[in-house]
Design a protein around this ligand. Structure first.
Ligand code: DMJ
Length: 932
């Protein structure tokens, strides 16, 4: 079985290592598909049901791909709400995320091999012809080297791999003469100038036409890149070298990997998130398996699988040990500091780490894969999708979800490894949620906010490259696919590269291997992994027994019970007080604060301020706990501020032909009916006259009983509200007058009152940026009668509409369904609607800081200076021994630790420790600002 099947390359010892190649070693399997095994947990799924789901995936793909081709191509991506192409430069810039767009028909290229996997061979042939005819790689546009590599180079190579496979079969692609490979080579050469650094780490961006150096390039001044950006090249570059014989690509990618390996933090064996491409210094020293690092680890293991080079496996295993020791806190995966790996760097996780269980399957470490996957699935069940980031107690941290495929990927690999039909049910839920919440008439729209169900006008190319592949393969039987998927490896973008490359053009494969590898102890190789053939027949309930204790981890269990074993061991019986548990009214907590040197100052305005003076702590350990507590409190506080700042609302278009599928992100008002208090308002929309709503309306008959549309500007929001209310409107939507503004690019805000009493305003008021507003205005132009729902969370679409709607045409047949749907009074109470910000049920007994005004009001900026100030002259008399032990462990192998590493003879002055801590605290604050 190949890697693609989840069974290969997990580091098993194979009989003849020297001559081993992935192809030759297909008999030496670590994980064997156990399709015949069913656990008692989930009933087996019938062949018919699997086929039905597979067909549903095909229909969904057609909906996404068809709309892209019809309305967006040759643009890079589809904008599914406005049903047009996203052309860079023609839309407001979204920052880094736009660096994937190179005016090279990104979605088409990223979809090529998906077409073959989904058995759409004719469409594939047609798509390849379009790529060859239309795509230009020589555009004057600055693109991300990483994204261009994984999506475009990977897409071309995946397309080439399957084109030659089809050609060999003798029916399709008979005309094909390696044209995609030639394009890939052309693109490869365009990316090479990015590697012109002394370190060999690539610049993060390159101009496709002008490269790096030329003044016209408009890039080349960056100093930092992310670890994944520099470490996710080897599969595509090695494949390019081996397909073409041009060794330079593989050499460059290997050199970048060698450098990263050299720079790993030697005592923890972890890597940071961001590195300086010139000096090799870690810029961000936090480390996890998600954003910024993820595919670096993935590519080490997969490079071993594809290229058969032991050094990659050795590096992977070394890192994997470190990940399992420090980052893995089952079922969580939490970022830590590379220099202080026992310390968590965050109290939240990002969605990208959802790929990790899949990688663990490939490695052969099934138990933690099942655990993490289960935890993620519960988060999904709670929010319908995995939010971009969520806290350790499973609240939303970043509410977007751009239809990422990582969880589907892990689900597929876990199913392949366990054969447990539970994972088919998981896949079914993913399909249902996509259709229910993300499907719009013109494709699938990313979720702007999983809490409100609002959409973003965005359908990323990876949705077609990855999501449909993994979902289709999950339900497919061998005979459903026209080639043997086991002969290929998936890149991080799910492009397929043939395993036979391992034996082709291998000339450079050993050239750059440093002597270090041969010197390293063989025990570093973890050659063992569970064999499911043995494991599952012996215990068919294995996977379920691992999931069982986690069944309620998100909803019912007490997440704060998940405290690192090391922490409890270190501090004896009583674990340190966690910021999220703190209550300013609890005398025990106040006692602990005192011990930690933290004092509580009651401010005049009712808030409290926490200040730490390490010198006042009872011991050095307590001082350290106090610092950590403060650090947690800072993070918690900023998270709460974020949550309080932006309570977005939703405008859901419910009339024909939208039927509730288009959900727009809206800003609330500080006056009028509060939609978060279990209310929603439904009505037809009408433009007010005058449109700015700044005087008495001249068309009260038109807005009476309706939701009035008003343009922003020229008077206060509250004045507009009063004018439309007086005309009999039941709600109002203010549309931004700033043309082109969009919630994709501008932060939402609340409409403030007019400084006077606004209690007289009873109707709900929402704000839409111009782009979202024009979706409603366009709808009026086209359909005249447009009905919307104003709420704090989109209401479910009517399932009957869903059924009728798929896969048949969406344009007709819907009038009567519109009546069935959402037959609510104009203003209704929602029963028990979930409010995601609230801590889990179990927290209600002992409220988290989110429930206490005091803790929420802690001002981060006030904490840090106070503590540093008081540390300058601090000493920890009599407490050196404990601190010494703590620090010694960390500092012995620390590359950049000061010579005075700890107390006593090896004393590290407390201010140096604290300076170090403050550096971490600053790093937290920086991380908070960073986007994924
Ligand atoms: C994809 O482009 C790739 O999987 C990449 O490695 C990171 N994640 C995105 C999709 O989420």
């Amino acid at each position: 079985m190949s890697e693609a099947g989840g069974g290969r390359g997990c580091g098993c010892r194979v009989p003849q290592r020297a001559s081993w190649s992935p192809v030759a070693a297909t008999a030496a399997l670590c994980l064997v598909l156990a399709t015949s095994v069913c656990t008692a947990g989930a009933a087996p799924m019938s062949r018919e049901e699997k086929q039905k789901l597979g067909n549903q995936v095909l229909e969904m793909f057609d909906h996404a791909y068809g709309n892209y081709m019809e309305h967006a191509y040759p643009a890079d991506e589809l904008m599914p709400l406005t049903c047009r192409g996203r052309v860079r430069g023609q839309e407001p810039s979204r920052g880094d995320v736009d660096d994937a767009l190179g005016k090279f028909s990104l979605t088409l290229i990223d979809s090529l091999d998906t077409l073959v996997v989904l058995n759409k061979t004719k469409e594939f042939e047609d798509a390849v012809r379009k790529v060859l005819r239309d795509v230009n790689l020589d555009n004057d546009v600055v693109v991300s080297v990483f994204e261009t590599n994984i999506r475009v180079l990977g897409g071309l190579l995946g397309g080439h791999s399957l084109a030659i496979m089809l050609k060999e079969k003798g029916e399709y692609m008979q005309w094909y003469n390696d044209e995609l490979l030639q394009m890939a080579k052309q693109l490869g050469y365009k990316l090479l100038p990015a590697f012109n650094t002394t370190s060999g780490l690539p610049y993060p961006r390159i101009n496709l036409k002008f490269g790096i150096r030329k003044p016209e390039a408009r890039t080349g001044t960056e100093t930092d890149t992310c670890t994944a950006c520099a470490g996710t090249l080897i599969l595509e570059f090695a494949a390019l070298s081996r397909f073409t014989g041009a060794t330079i690509f593989e050499e460059y990618a290997r050199k970048a990997l060698d450098f990263l390996w050299e720079k790993r933090q030697r005592s923890s064996n972890l890597v940071g998130v961001t590195i300086n491409i010139h000096t090799g210094d870690w810029v961000r020293k936090d480390s996890g398996v998600g954003a910024g690092i993820d595919s670096y680890y993935e590519y080490l293991l997969k490079a071993y699988v594809l290229l058969g080079d032991d050094s990659f496996l050795e590096r992977f295993n070394t890192h994997y040990d470190a990940i399992m020791r420090y980052i893995s806190q089952p079922p969580l995966l939490l970022d830590v500091h590379i220099h202080k790996p026992m310390l968590n760097a965050r109290t939240w996780m990002d969605a990208l780490l959802a790929f990790f269980p899949g990688l663990q399957v490939l490695k052969g470490d099934i138990r933690p894969a099942i655990e993490t996957h289960e935890m993620l699935y519960q988060v999904i069940k709670k929010h319908n999708f995995l939010p971009e980031a969520f806290t350790t107690d499973f609240r939303v941290h970043w509410a977007q979800h751009p239809l990422r495929p990582e969880f589907a990927e892990s689900t597929y690999f876990l199913y392949k490894a366990t054969g447990d039909p539970y994972y088919l049910e998981v896949g079914k839920t993913l399909i249902e949620n996509l259709n229910k919440y993300a499907r719009v008439p013109c494709g699938f729209a990313a979720m702007k906010d999983v809490r409100t169900g609002s959409h973003e006008d965005r359908m990323d190319s990876f949705f077609l490259a990855e999501m449909f592949k993994y979902l289709y393969l999950l339900f497919a039987d061998k005979e459903d696919i026209i080639f043997d998927i086991e002969d290929y490896i998936f890149t991080t973008e799910a492009h397929l590269l043939p395993l036979w490359l391992s034996t082709t053009n291998r000339s450079i494969s050993k050239k750059n291997t440093t002597s270090e590898y041969t010197e390293l102890d063989d025990s570093n190789f973890d050659w063992t992994c569970p064999n499911t053939q043995i494991l599952f027949p012996n215990d068919p309930l294995y996977a379920q027994s691992i999931r069982e204790p986690l069944k309620n981890v998100v909803d019912k269990s007490c997440p704060r019970g998940i405290i690192r074993v090391e922490e409890s061991l270190r501090s004896g019986a009583q674990p340190p007080l966690r910021a999220r548990d703190f209550m300013a009214t609890n005398p025990e907590h106040l006692e602990i604060l005192k011990k930690m040197g933290v004092s509580l100052i009651h401010l005049k305005d009712g808030r409290v301020q926490l200040v730490q003076h390490a010198i006042q702590a009872a011991s050095s350990i307590d001082a350290e706990d106090g610092l950590r507590f403060m650090q947690e409190m800072i993070e918690l506080s900023s998270q709460q501020q974020k949550e309080q700042q932006l309570p977005p609302r939703a405008v859901q278009i419910i009339s024909h032909p939208f039927f509730g599928r288009v959900v727009l992100t809206a800003g609330p008002a500080q006056f009028g009916l509060d939609l978060s208090k279990h209310k929603e308002t439904r009505g037809f929309v009408a433009s007010s006259k005058p449109y700015n709503g700044c005087s008495e309306l001249t068309n009260p008959e038109a807005v009476m009983g309706k939701i009035a549309l008003i343009q922003r500007g020229q008077c206060m929001f509250a004045e507009k509200a009063r004018n439309i209310q007086n005309a009999g409107a039941i709600g109002g939507i203010v549309i931004d007058d700033n043309e082109g503004s969009s919630s994709d690019t501008a932060p939402l805000f609340q409409m403030a009152g007019d400084g006077k009493d606004t209690d007289d305003i009873k109707i709900p008021m929402l704000f839409l940026f111009s782009k979202e507003g024009s979706i409603i205005l366009d709808a009026i132009r086209e359909h005249e009668e447009v009905e919307v729902l104003l709420s704090d969370k989109a209401r479910d679409r009517d399932p009957e509409v869903e059924n009728e709607d798929q896969p048949s045409s969406e344009n007709d047949s819907q009038n009567q369904s519109a009546e069935q749907m959402l037959s609510l009074p104009q203003t209704v109470d929602l029963v028990d609607q979930e409010t995601p910000e609230k801590p889990p049920e179990s927290d209600s007994e002992s409220p988290s800081p989110a429930d206490t005004e005091e803790a929420a009001s802690v001002a981060p900026s006030e904490q840090v200076p106070s503590s540093t100030e008081s540390h300058e002259t601090a000493s920890l008399d009599g407490e050196c021994a404990d601190l010494d032990n703590q620090l010694q462990e960390q500092s012995e192998t620390e590359e950049d630790s000061s010579p005075n590493a700890s107390c006593g003879t090896k004393a590290q002055p407390i201010d140096s420790i604290l300076a170090d801590w403050n550096e971490d605290i600053e790093a937290f604050e920086m991380m908070e600002k960073d986007e994924l």
